[in-house]
Design a protein. Structure first.
Length: 187
């Protein structure tokens, strides 16, 4: 049996489909089962190939999406407003009410922060897709391996039952012979 025939038979036994009609992921699972190799992690999940800007975007997203950032930002806003209102009687406020400069700063922060966070989320979504694919491969392989184990256990049970029936038949034959001998001896 050639390796291709073995893969095709394994695919038919486990998935009910010829190897050539399987998806790429299903083929990789059948290959792993045939090779009896462990399921390794995708190299893209292990490698950190992010650029400086990617790492910066991830840091901004991590900081910008935290309660610490929200609390600090609220404190800065309160300080800004309090300082400008407190200096108003002395005509020293640098951004008097209605705080136009503050609105400009807030708009700029929002305009820059939103796309940076989206870049980070897009990269994380791609990584999540790779993780989900890896989980699928591991789960499919585990399910197929369990099916193989069930089939092996069922075959063992069938052989065991056949052996028990054979032993019982032999025992009954011996018993019948003994009963027949005993009946002849009485007569």
């Amino acid at each position: 049996m050639t390796p291709n025939d073995r893969l095709d038979q394994l695919a038919r036994d486990l998935l009910g489909t010829p190897y050539s009609q399987l998806t790429e992921i299903q083929r990789s699972v059948i290959d792993l089962i045939a090779a009896e190799a462990p399921t390794g992690l995708n190299k893209a999940l292990l490698a950190d190939d992010r650029t400086f800007w990617d790492r910066l975007a991830d840091k901004v997203a991590a900081i910008g999406g935290s309660w610490t950032f929200i609390g600090g930002f609220c404190a800065c806003l309160a300080l800004w407003i309090g300082l400008n209102l407190g200096l108003r009687p002395f005509h020293l406020s640098f951004d008097p009410y209605p705080f136009i400069f503050l609105n400009l700063i807030l708009s700029t922060v929002a305009a820059i922060q939103a796309p940076v966070i989206m870049m980070s989320q897009n990269r994380q979504a791609a990584k999540d897709r790779l993780n989900a694919e890896h989980d699928y491969v591991v789960n499919l392989r585990a399910e197929l391996e369990i099916m193989r184990l069930h089939a092996k256990l069922d075959a063992l049970r069938e052989r065991e039952i056949v052996d028990i029936l054979r032993c019982n038949t032999e025992a009954l034959d011996i018993l019948k012979t003994q009963v027949a001998k005993m009946a002849e001896e009485r007569d």
